[in-house]
Design a protein around this ligand. Structure first.
Ligand SMILES: Nc1nc2c(ncn2[C@@H]2O[C@H](COP(=O)(O)OP(=O)(O)OP(=O)(O)O)[C@@H](O)[C@H]2O)c(=O)[nH]1
Ligand SMILES: [Mg+2]
Length: 305
């Protein structure tokens, strides 16, 4: 009798600077719009877990907030999520925007390196450099020297060039990660995509709609909490959410004349939520002011940071 092939399972951290395309990459790997994506930096604020399972391998991805020097207490919490994720990972994907690499003419980034170096030197974790946004590079051969630089950096186990947007080489990345997955039992049901509750994704989709509709300060001063999430007999799910802002002026802008602005956000968000839940929903939004919540320890705790 032949032994069955042992299964493999790995926790894979997706880390990198804001806007590198980490969330887009997670979505491309899973083939689902799980983690919200916007053109603005600092979109992701918490850890977004996504599970990719094949016959023999389960990769448990954790998308994280972009790495930066914190200015607000909220950003300190965000960087805490990055460290926590790194501490629990078997493999690390460092995602960089290849156009930024070319601009700086190096893959080196001191802030990222202070995070990764101890994991490489003490824990001997495999770290994969993912050069993302290759679709934006006209001459792909110009990227080869940076892959070479990564190989000789003493930090990166491998380097791979992908496009999360077009999906190019994303399967190759998944195969590469599977090679580094240790033997072990699957951690989660092979059919599940995430362990986070639906209401988390609903709140995120509302935040995404706000990021898309407003420039500058409003998205950053905003947080969303789902208050009610209930199945109703008329088959429509009733969802109520609070949009938290820092100031009365922001509340005024979000609500708009005669409530028109808030109505538009509701329409945008509802469309995405219905697509995500595959279920018609009735969405009700309220705007609340909690002054300076991004710097207030108690407020942040209340908001789940
Ligand atoms: N051209 C191109 N754009 C991309 C690619 N991947 C992501 N983007 C764009 O880059 C922007 C940021 O993408 P996100 O996935 O939100 O980036 P992120 O690293 O998760 O950003 P934070 O959550 O803010 O740290 C969006 O406008 C994406 O559409 C890619 O492969 N090619
Ligand atoms: Mg993100």
């Amino acid at each position: 009798m032949t032994e069955p092939t042992p299964t493999r399972c790995a926790s894979v951290a997706i880390i990198g600077r804001p806007n590198a395309g980490k969330s887009t990459l997670l979505n491309a790997i899973l083939g689902e719009h799980l983690s919200i994506v916007t053109p603005k930096p600092q979109t992701t604020r918490k850890r977004v877990l996504g599970i990719h399972t094949t016959d023999a391998t389960q990769l448990v991805f954790v998308d994280t907030p972009g790495v930066l020097k914190p200015r607000y207490r909220m950003q300190s919490a965000m960087m805490g999520y990055v460290s926590d994720t790194l501490a629990e990972s078997d493999v690390i994907c460092v995602v960089v925007d290849v156009t930024t690499v070319m601009e700086h003419d190096t893959v080196r980034d001191p802030l990222m390196e202070t995070l990764i170096r101890p994991l490489v030197e003490k824990e001997h974790l495999p770290v994969i450099l993912v050069l993302n946004k290759m679709d934006a590079v006209k001459q792909p051969q110009l990227v080869l020297p940076y892959m070479e630089e990564a190989r000789h950096s003493g930090l990166y186990t491998r380097a791979i060039a992908v496009s999360a947007k077009s999906g190019r080489e994303v399967d190759a990345l998944v195969d590469l990660l599977a090679e580094f997955a240790p033997e072990g039992e699957f951690q989660y049901d092979p059919d599940s995509l995430s362990t986070l509750p639906q209401r988390f994704f609903v709140a995120e989709l509302i935040r995404e709609a706000i990021f898309h509709r407003y420039r500058d300060e409003i998205p950053y001063a905003t947080d969303v909490q789902v208050i009610e999430f209930a199945e109703h007999s008329d088959a429509k799910w009733h969802i109520t959410a609070d949009i938290t802002v820092e100031r009365d002026t922001q509340k005024g802008i979000l609500i708009g004349k005669g409530g028109e602005a808030l109505k538009q956000i509701g329409i945008d968000a509802r469309e995405k939520i219905e697509e995500f839940l595959e279920q018609p929903v009735f969405l009700e939004l309220f705007v609340k002011v909690r002054s300076d919540w991004r710097n207030d320890r108690n407020q942040l705790a209340n908001l789940g940071y």
